[in-house]
Write a protein that binds this ligand. Structure first.
Ligand code: NAD
Length: 476
């Protein structure tokens, strides 16, 4: 296949360096070598996006809709091939990879429809003989910086609305999943539009990501809180528009009156599927006394049956950690939990499989409290901690006692508690009798506190970030 190049001003160009992505299920398998851009090339990419903007922002909504539909169709038609490649590069299962491709296609299709429905407002002035029009226009060149855990879906839910509303893009994928970023850019590049409409710049965050922030008119970032803080400092210096979606420490509250199977399913799916590598993963399981022991026994029973193996092997439920660094981080948190005095109902150790990979079993801590480091920090691995609560009020207080606020779930058959939790959980997403992870594509997504900064992503709400409101007064 050769080195996968960067895409700048409609041309495939070599980089200053190369990055290599390796299959976490089989470290002998090199997925791709990708060109890493220089800071200079990022500036060139932004300049070409600025030229393309003049043309793209003037195109008809039908042309934009057609382009997004072409991309949606190809993503769907190639969902098996590219879903498998996601599994190879990121380590999620093949089914999860195909699901991600389907989701990315749905997002492009949604915005293909949204772009033709989108309009402004006309209001009477409070003064005579004046009309007021409120319209929305594009922002300009949007820098898109994304993480590795949804290497196609997250870029899709940023690039699709950016293009729909008339912006152009400089896209920097995670250096851990550069091949998936390349395939998405390649599909978009062939779909049409002016050269420079979407530019791909692969490479390291502190060089390429930083250069994106220095050259774009707006930045949409998804990743960790520390990176988000650094980006925010630079973006605010430049007074550019910024949207950050970051980590979580998501609680799942389980009350005595919960349906036990539902609660166990929510915990196992929410905390352990996709190797716990989801921003919405429920790593804190807050459980009231009456159901505690049955719940823990049910979760342990289910976890023991999970098949952890090569992401492409039929029957695998959970793939490996994404890389050595994440595996080491998981092991470090298991050790921290042990040192903090948490009891271990199930200890996840490094697993050997037919191929050399970053395999790790699930860990379930019990008898933990919310002050422990394992309950304060995002671990991003197949590790969850159970915290006992006396009653609903205590469970809610523990759920909210965190610097994060992305997703919060409750398992209960009580309408009263479910409604109270919906209103009082300090999070952008609330799940009732559902796992904390797992979302629709047509509704807003985002969090509170340190989990999010700026307007919501996805659905109709995406226009808040990708457009600028203009108010015109017209004498009539
Ligand atoms: P990360 O913060 O390490 O990297 C994210 C992206 O930022 C990468 O492309 C990286 O190269 C880039 N980057 C790093 N340093 C940079 C800098 N100084 N300037 C500009 N760009 C820089 O995150 P990750 O490890 O790739 O992803 C995991 C994190 O993402 C977790 O914290 C997870 O919760 C979060 N996440 C959040 C959401 C959400 O929507 N809230 C979704 C998925 C993942």
């Amino acid at each position: 296949m050769g080195v996968l190049k960067n895409f700048i001003a409609g041309e495939w160009v070599d980089g200053a360096d190369t990055i290599r992505s390796v299959n976490p299920s089989d470290t002998n398998d090199v997925v791709a070598e990708c060109a890493a851009a220089s800071a200079r090339q990022v500036a060139d990419a932004a300049a070409s996006a600025r030229v393309a903007f003049r043309q793209w922002s003037e195109t008809t909504t039908q042309m934009r809709s057609d382009l997004l539909t072409t991309i949606a169709n190809e993503l769907l038609n190639r969902k098996e091939e590219l879903g498998e490649l996601i599994a190879r590069e990121e380590g999620k299962t093949r089914a999860e990879g195909i699901g991600e491709m389907t989701r990315a296609s749905q997002v492009f299709r949604f915005f293909a429809g949204e772009v033709v429905r989108f309009g402004g407002e006309k209001l009477p002035s409070v003064r005579p003989n004046i009309d007021i029009e409120i319209t929305r226009g594009p922002v300009g060149v949007v820098g898109i910086i994304t993480p590795w855990n949804f290497p196609v879906a997250i870029p899709a839910w940023k690039i699709a609305p950016a293009l729909a509303f008339g912006n152009t893009v400089v896209f920097k994928p995670s250096e851990i999943t550069p091949a998936m970023g390349w395939h998405l850019a390649e599909i978009i590049g062939r779909a049409g539009g002016p050269p420079g409409l979407v530019n791909l710049v692969n490479g390291a965050g502190p060089i390429v990501g930083q250069a994106v922030v220095e050259n774009a008119d707006a930045v949409s970032f998804t990743g960790s809180v520390p990176t988000g803080r650094q980006i925010a400092q630079h973006a605010i210096q430049r007074m550019i528009r910024l949207q950050c979606e970051m980590g979580g420490k998501n609680p799942l509250v389980v009350l005595d009156d919960a349906d036990l199977d539902t609660a166990v399913n929510c915990a196992v799916d929410g905390a352990f599927f996709q190797t716990g590598q989801r921003c919405t993963a429920s790593s804190r399981l807050i459980v009231t006394e009456g159901i505690h022991d049955r719940f823990v026994a049910g979760v342990v029973d289910r976890l023991k049956k999970l098949v952890i193996d090569h992401s492409l092997k039929p029957g695998t439920n959970v793939g490996p950690a994404v890389d050595r660094r994440q595996l080491d981080k998981d092991l470090r948190y298991i050790e921290i939990g042990r040192r903090e005095g948490a009891a271990m109902k199930l200890e996840g150790s490094v697993l050997k499989r037919d191929t050399p990979g970053y395999y790790i079993g699930p860990t379930l801590f019990v008898d933990t409290n919310n002050r422990m480091q394992i309950n304060r920090e995002e671990m991003f691995g197949p590790i969850a901690a159970v915290i006992r609560a006396g009653d609903y009020e205590e469970a809610l207080a523990i759920a909210n006692d965190t610097e994060y606020g992305l997703s919060a779930g409750i398992c209960t058959t009580s309408r009263k508690y479910a409604r109270h939790f919906q209103a009082n959980a300090q999070s952008g997403l609330v799940m009732v009798n559902l796992p904390t992870a797992g979302l629709d594509y047509h509704v807003p997504f985002g969090g509170t506190k340190a989990s999010s900064y700026g307007p919501r992503e996805q659905g109709r709400y995406a226009e808040e970030f990708y457009t600028i409101v203009k108010t015109s007064y017209v004498s009539v």
